[in-house]
Write a protein of this length. Structure first.
Length: 136
C-alpha cells in the first residue's frame, strides 16, 4: 500500500501543476500578468538497505545501500518576473515598462499599490487613471 501512497503524492503535485498552468492560460490576455510556475521537491527517503550490507539474492555487498523515496510535494508557486512582449495598443495613455520597475497606483483605501499593467486613461480632471479608475 505504500506504493499507492507514494504515487498519490505525485498525482497531487501534478494536479497543482495543472491548476497553475490553467490559471496561466486563463490570464493570457490580462495586461501585465506574470505567469506562475509550480516548484517541487522530494519527500524524505527511507533506507531499505544500509550501505555495505550483503544483497538478499547473493552474498555480494550493496556498496551504496538502497533508499526508497516517499514521494514529492509542491514547495512553492512562484511568479516568473520576466519581460513580457510589448505591443502597440493605439491608446496614447498606455505605457509599458522595460526592465525593472512598477507603476504606483493609489488604492481605494489611500494606500499604494504596485502594478506592471500599463493600460491607462484620463479621468474628467485629466488625472492619469487605471482602467478601474484608480489614480496613477
Amino acid at each position: 500500500m505504500k506504493a499507492l501512497a507514494i504515487a498519490a503524492t505525485g498525482m497531487n503535485a501534478q494536479q497543482t501543476n495543472l491548476e497553475v498552468i490553467a490559471n496561466n492560460i486563463a490570464n493570457i490576455n490580462t495586461t501585465g500578468y506574470k505567469r506562475a510556475r509550480a516548484e517541487f521537491s522530494d519527500l524524505l527517503y527511507q533506507v531499505d538497505r544500509t550501505q555495505g550490507v550483503p544483497n538478499r539474492s547473493n552474498t555480494s555487498l550493496v556498496p551504496e545501500g538502497v533508499s526508497i523515496g516517499l514521494g514529492v510535494k509542491t514547495t512553492a508557486v512562484r511568479n516568473v518576473h520576466t519581460q513580457g512582449e510589448l505591443t502597440s495598443t493605439g491608446n496614447s495613455f498606455d505605457l509599458a515598462l522595460t526592465g525593472r520597475g512598477w507603476f504606483q497606483i493609489e488604492g481605494a483605501d489611500g494606500g499604494t499599490l504596485y502594478s506592471r499593467a500599463g493600460a491607462f486613461n484620463t479621468n474628467a480632471t485629466g488625472q492619469l487613471v487605471t482602467v478601474d479608475g484608480a489614480n496613477v
